[in-house]
Write a protein that binds this ligand. Structure first.
Ligand code: ATP
Ligand code: MG
Length: 321
């Protein structure tokens, strides 16, 4: 059986109880919740039954323990999560605006997460893995970029695969070196999991079909385009599968894309059909938005399957022309 590994930031999220703009006056919050895009992803992949490992750094504090406890209880191999003796675990205060957008006040780069580097434990975990999941916003230090490229090269040389979820807001691409890092990740991506306009990263078009064609021509095996409350579509050059959304009462959209990716890759790497990967990933994404807290809606495989079966939405298949 294969093992999925991811590399990146680990943080706690503390959520404002009221919607509104910013954090300029006293307000009440709920948290800390374990968080970070790759931790949410790896938690969901583990809950779907995949063997998983995570490479990161936390502080020697309760915010670190919140995350370690969660991932350990999900069965994730946490041997390569280092504990920095000085810097604190990353954090993000989050407040939803009335229009559904989010305001953040956070520190990740200058937290323990920024110290993530290749350790003997990280090298061991990479050597034992058959799939690497890369998250674009996690490429915030040279060390993480370098480790990601090394892990991808090693895993692919052994016949393994790489998935990539950009998870990038446009303004992030202004970070020095990030656009180049993203281009590099795209060059070794097998399974691309963009959301919305992220589909157009690395291509010279704004046409969806043309963008898909360019990505597939560059060597990707498949592209899954996530479209929030509108569902998701899978393309591999032969098949186009459209997955309508499952019914969901959206309470907290944070983590939907990560849970979608975790479920999709857990199934994809175990040889499931693309249609079943897509169906259960969409179910995992819908379940994720229905609970408050970034990982709170990452359900186990039985719950995801039961939800998907209960709300059957037929995958519509069509041959590519
Ligand atoms: P994130 O906000 O975590 O970065 P994302 O933008 O990467 O998420 P989305 O497209 O928002 O990803 O969500 C991933 C998938 O989850 C969607 O393609 C869809 O299948 C499912 N999903 C998300 N939101 C909803 C919703 N409101 N109702 C039903 N399904 C949803
Ligand atoms: Mg979204």
């Amino acid at each position: 059986m294969g093992k999925i590994v991811s590399i990146g930031e680990t943080l706690v999220e503390v959520m404002a109880d009221s919607s509104g703009c910013g954090f300029l006056e006293p307000m009440s919050f709920t948290g800390p919740f374990p968080s970070g895009a790759p931790p949410i992803y790896i938690s969901q992949a583990a809950r779907m039954g995949a063997a998983t490992a995570y490479i990161s750094t936390v502080g020697d504090d309760d915010f670190g323990k919140v995350n370690l406890d969660r991932l350990r209880s999900d069965g994730v191999d946490i041997s390569a999560i280092a504990i920095d003796p000085i810097l604190p675990t990353g954090h993000a205060f989050v407040r939803y605006r009335p229009d559904g957008n989010r305001d953040f006040c956070y520190n990740i780069t200058y937290s323990a997460s920024g110290q993530t580097k290749m350790t003997p434990e990280a090298a061991n975990v990479i050597a034992a893995s058959t799939h690497l999941h890369v998250v674009g916003n996690s490429m915030f230090t040279d060390e993480i970029r370098e480790m990601t490229a090394q892990a991808a090269a090693q895993i692919k040389a052994r016949g393994g695969t790489v998935s990539f979820d950009p998870n990038l807001r446009k303004e992030m691409l202004a970070q020095p070196g990030l656009r180049e890092a993203i281009e590099k990740v795209l060059s070794f991506t097998d399974l691309f999991l963009p959301s919305g306009d992220e589909l157009f990263l690395g291509v010279e078009t704004t046409d969806v079909n043309e963008a898909i064609a360019q990505h597939l021509a560059s060597g990707m095996k498949a592209v899954v385009h996530k479209r929030g409350a509108e569902g998701a579509t899978y393309y591999d050059g032969t098949l186009v599968l459209n997955q309508p959304p499952f019914p969901a009462q959206e309470v907290d959209p944070t983590g939907a894309g990560d849970c979608f990716g975790g479920a999709f890759t857990a199934l994809w790497t175990s040889g499931e059909s693309a249609a079943e990967c897509l169906r259960l990933a969409a179910a995992a994404g819908a379940l994720a938005v229905m609970k408050r807290g970034p990982m709170s809606g990452a359900e186990n495989a039985e719950t995801v399957r039961a939800f998907a079966d209960k709300h059957t939405r037929r995958v519509q298949g069509a041959k590519h022309v």
